[in-house]
Structures are given as C-alpha cells and as structure tokens.
Design a binder for this molecule. Structure first.
Ligand code: BV8
Ligand code: ZN
Length: 261
C-alpha cells in the first residue's frame, strides 16, 4: 500500500499545482507519469468513432424491428425466438465488418507496455480492443464473433466475414448455437466481474470511457475503484450518473482525448 500513498501525495500536489491551469487533460497526463496500476472500463462510446452505433447515445435507443435492444438482446428472446436474435446479431456483425479500431483503442493497447499493470474491462462485444492489439481483454458481455452451443456449450469462433453466422448448428451435438454474448438477464462469464473488481480495488487510476454507466454489474466497477481510493477519470462527451463521482470528467470524444493522454 506504500506505493499507493506516495501516489496519493503526488495526486494531491498535482491537483494543487495544476488546478490553476485548469487543464484537466494535462492534470491526468501528469498523474499518468507516476501511476503504476491502471484499470479501464470501456463501453460502446469508445467504438463510436469506429462507426459502431452506440445503444443510448444520440438521444435514441437502438431499436430493431420495433423492439428496443434490451428486448431483442435478452435471455427470454433466445428461448422464444433464437432465429430473430441471430437476425439482429448477424445484422450487427455485418455493420462491424466495415469498422476498424480507432486511436482510442490503439492508445489503450499501448498503455499495456507503458504501465506496470493495466487491466482492460470492456462491455463491448465488437472485438475492436483485441484488433487494436490489447491482450487479456476482460470481455464482460462476451464477443459477437463467438457462438456457443445451447446444449453442450461448445464454443465456435467465427471470422468477421462469416455473415450470416457459421456454423448454424453445433458440430458436436447438432443442437442450435447462439451468440456467445451476455444478454439482459444473463450471468456474466465466470470470474469476469471478480477479476475487474479486483483490478478496480488495486489501481491508482480508474478510467471509465464511453459508457453511459447504466448497465450492472459492469457499472459498479468505477464505484469499487473510487471506494478503494483510486483517482477516477471519466471520458465521455455527455454527463453520466457517474460524473459526480469522478475526480476529473474529460468531456469529449475518446479517440481525441485518450490519444492525447
Ligand atoms: C445480470 C450484450 C445478474 C448484448 C449487453 C434494474 C436495476 C438495476 C439492474 C437491473 C435492473 N433490471 C435488470 C437489471 C440487470 C441488468 C441491467 O443492468 N439493466 C439496466 C439496463 C437497468 N443487467 C443484466 O441483466 C446483466 N446481468 O445482471 O445478471 C443475474 C442474472 C440472472 C440471475 C441473477 C442475477 C447483463 C447485462 C449485459 C447485457 N448485455 N450487451 C448486446 O450487445 O446486444 S449490455 C449493453 O449495454 C452493451 O453491452 C453495452 O456495452 C452496455 C452498456 O451500454 P454502453 O456501453 O454504456 O453504451 P451506451 O450506448 O449506453 O452509452 C454510450 C456512451 O458513450 C454514452 O454515454 C455516450 O455519451 C458515450 N459516447 C458517445 N460517443 C462517444 C462517447 N464516449 C466517448 N467517445 C465518443 N466518441
Ligand atoms: Zn453441442
């Protein structure tokens, strides 16, 4: 914990000195120079500049054939109408084919080499962090390019070009496969939340980037970090329910701000 306190003194001094300048990006950049442990939570907003539609930003909610996304992306829908769920996910995989990582994804991938420890938790299922070079990404809501047998849970990796999804049936037991994605009302992958919470509790700085912080339990991670004494930084053009809790709220697009840091 000693390391943590010396980091804290650094935070305090920097906040004193830098507050005159009031340049929050510089403040955070300065703190990053002496930080050892970083944790990052990302949401759909970090992929917005890659062309991936967000769920809630921009005033509307993602709606598919008249159904709000939290209805079509639900455990109940997999049980009642798996083909409709696939139609929605195949459509989204089609959109993703044209999307590449943006400067925010690449900057975070570089942070892995820059800090003693970096834990990246993403709510996104688009795979763009991995595509940008990030390793050990904790995908708390799964990955849209992987499917899972509804019967024996065997996993199948798809390429971005397998649209529509392929295989359609489990190669082992011939049962239907479903997207290997955590839908509303479903548990997160075994241990994923716990790993994220452990990193949140130990980090010097916690970044929450491009998330409306509405979906639990992922949205609890910044709160875990704050309670454990981390410096909490939000990067989002809009206010979120977390903004009041943050030490610094950098208002703007992730692609521009993260690469500046
Ligand atoms: C669970 C995969 C436990 C599918 C997703 C009542 C109260 C509290 C909780 C609940 C409740 N009723 C139900 C719940 C639980 C529920 C939940 O939290 N609901 C909320 C909505 C109320 N949670 C669950 O069901 C979770 N499971 O709790 O299980 C359990 C289960 C069984 C039995 C006992 C217990 C599972 C949740 C996972 C759902 N799956 N995705 C799919 O993708 O289709 S969630 C979905 O929302 C996406 O994963 C997405 O990541 C996530 C959060 O959205 P964001 O990423 O934040 O994106 P959003 O569009 O909302 O915001 C974008 C942000 O970016 C905005 O702020 C915008 O300003 C910003 N932005 C825009 N442009 C930029 C930008 N930022 C930076 N740069 C830019 N350029
Ligand atoms: Zn099977």
């Amino acid at each position: 914990m000693k390391g943590k306190y010396s980091f804290h003194n650094k935070v305090f001094k920097t906040l004193q000195v830098m507050s005159q300048k009031g340049n929050d990006v510089e403040k955070v950049s300065d703190l990053l120079k002496s930080a050892k442990r970083i944790a990052v939570l990302t949401g759909a907003g970090i992929s917005a500049e890659s062309g991936v539609p967000t769920f809630r930003g921009g005033g509307g909610t993602a709606v598919w054939k008249g159904m709000r996304f939290d209805k079509i992306s639900s455990a109940e829908m997999v049980r009642s109408d798996l083909p409709a769920v696939w139609e929605w996910f195949d459509y989204r995989r089609g959109v993703l084919r044209a999307c590449e990582p943006n400067p925010a994804h690449f900057a975070i991938a570089e942070w892995q080499e820059r800090f003693e420890s970096l834990t990246l938790v993403t709510q996104n299922i688009d795979g763009l962090h991995r595509a940008a070079g990030s390793r050990d990404v904790i995908e708390v809501h799964g990955n849209i390019h992987r499917s899972r047998c509804v019967n024996c849970s065997k996993l199948f990796q798809m390429s971005r070009d397998d649209v529509p999804h392929d295989p359609d049936m489990c190669k082992v037991c011939k049962s239907p496969v479903r997207p290997d994605v955590v839908l509303f009302g479903e548990m997160l992958p075994e241990g994923a939340y716990e790993k994220g919470a452990e990193a949140a509790a130990l980090c010097d700085i916690f970044f929450t980037i491009g998330t409306s912080a509405l979906v639990y339990p992922a949205a609890a991670l910044p709160e875990v970090a704050k309670r454990a004494g981390a410096f909490l930084v939000e990067i989002n053009p809009e206010e979120t329910p977390l903004s009041h809790l943050c030490d610094v709220s950098l208002k703007g697009p992730a692609g521009e701000i993260v690469s500046k840091l």
